[in-house]
Design a binder for this molecule. Structure first.
Ligand SMILES: [Zn+2]
Length: 429
């Protein structure tokens, strides 16, 4: 509207000026040598206006000729884009319907029309994978990984392929590259944690693990791989702090304290471990270096003081008392243990030993021994280290089971009958 008003105003001004000039009259004379031209002012103005229009038309024509190929190209591209979009839709439909070859052909057609667009390459790779042509899929992912804006997509595809063919080294390298491109992705973090466990890279697995007791075994495993002593000590401390109920961490941290001549601190660590979860290795570490049987009983009492009624505490005190010849003391511990209903084979075998010590090779002694031996045969087995995945017993804790290759499943306790499948993240291949 405003433009129209402006135009009207300009027209009015021009017409007004022309009318004014006509009223004024007059002419223009041009003399060049012998030539002489004289025109009246209105005719000159008309001629100039006509010249201006011709010039405008000429310019428009030249521009049209120059831009003609570009316009032609744009039209062709628009047509190709429309065809490619139709092919892309067709490919998606084929993929959803499980027709890998159809999807691949449609996607390749779209690619011929519009080139290496990221979404097409992803689609082609997916279709190739669905058809079992991993190499061709890999080619598509490689092209993607070279495109700055789609690099992550390419790396992600290559990483998935590497994991599938269990090439852990390549997978780790790809995961690191992908992390650099797109830091902090949850999916990538999970994949990297899985890879670190698979490649037994405990330090990395620890770095990628969340907070909580699950860090303890990883920290101790990482300490086992660490060459530098200070870092080793730090990791052992972390294992203890993350879970004081994880006996191997407790024992390792206490041993480190003892090595640093911090005997009192070492004992406190072991006492804390015993309070959290009594385990024979902790007692063994606590009594280490003490040979006098009576002193060992005193040490044992100090260790179990804060967890006195636990079956492991009673069992430990009974054994130490028996070794020191304090049979009355041993008997009272073992009877309390039997009454608690938590006595196992070890408790009954100590009772057998106790009867032999107290009564010697007498008919009553043999009778009592036989009674406890029968009870031992029926009692639950002693707890031990075993793999929670394949149930295989282990002499000591280890980060992974040599039997089935499962990570983080070796635990202390009584072996169960159930052979439960491990979580996918830690399951063996
Ligand atoms: Zn196992």
């Amino acid at each position: 509207m405003r433009r129209a008003l402006w135009l009207l105003l300009v027209c009015l001004v021009v017409v007004g000026a022309a009318w004014g000039l006509m009223r004024l009259g007059g002419g223009v004379e041009v003399r060049v040598g012998e030539f002489f031209i004289a025109v009246s002012l209105p005719v000159l103005l008309l001629a100039l206006a006509a010249l201006f229009l011709v010039l405008l038309l000429l310019i428009a024509l030249v521009r049209g000729i120059i831009h003609y190929p570009a316009r032609l190209r744009a039209r062709r591209e628009a047509r190709n884009r429309a065809r490619a979009e139709a092919a892309l839709t067709g490919a998606l439909v084929s993929l959803a319907a499980g027709d890998a070859d159809g999807a691949r052909n449609q996607a390749l057609r779209a690619r011929r029309l519009v080139g290496d667009k990221p979404q097409l390459l992803v689609l082609i790779a997916e279709a190739e994978r669905m058809a079992g042509r991993e190499e061709s899929a890999s080619d598509a992912y490689h092209i993607l990984s070279r495109q700055p804006e789609a690099r992550f997509l390419g790396l992600r595809g290559l990483l998935r392929q590497a994991i599938q063919r269990e090439d852990w080294e390549a997978a780790q390298a790809l995961a690191r590259e992908a992390e650099a491109v797109q830091p902090g992705t949850t999916w990538l973090r999970q994949e990297r944690a899985l890879l670190a466990r698979r490649t037994k890279n405990w330090g990395e697995a620890l770095a990628l693990a969340g907070a909580g007791p699950a860090r303890a075994p990883l920290a101790l495993a990482a300490a086992g791989q660490e060459a530098e002593e200070a870092r080793k000590a730090e990791l052992e401390r972390e294992a203890f702090k993350a879970d004081p109920a994880f006996a191997p961490g407790v024992v390792a941290h206490a041993a480190r304290m003892r090595g640093a001549k911090a005997e009192k601190r070492a004992r406190t660590v072991l006492e804390q471990g015993w309070l959290a979860a009594p385990q024979p290795d902790i007692a063994e570490a606590y009594l280490e270096g003490e040979a006098d049987p009576l002193a060992r009983v005193k040490l044992g009492e100090a260790l179990v003081a804060r967890n006195r009624a636990h079956p492991e505490s009673r069992l430990l005190l009974a054994r130490l008392a028996l070794e020191a010849g304090l049979t009355g003391r041993a008997r009272s511990e073992l009877e309390a243990l039997a009454q608690s209903g938590e006595i196992d084979k070890r408790g009954y075998l100590l009772l057998v030993e106790l009867e032999r010590t107290e009564q010697g090779d007498t008919p009553q002694g043999r009778l009592a021994e036989a009674k406890w031996l029968r009870a031992a045969a029926e009692a639950p087995a002693a707890p031990q280290w075993f793999c929670g995945h394949c149930n295989r017993p282990h002499a000591a804790w280890a980060p992974l089971c040599e039997g089935c290759g499962t990570v983080g499943e070796i635990r202390w306790g009584r072996r169960g009958q159930a052979n439960l499948p491990a979580p996918l993240a830690t399951a063996a291949p």
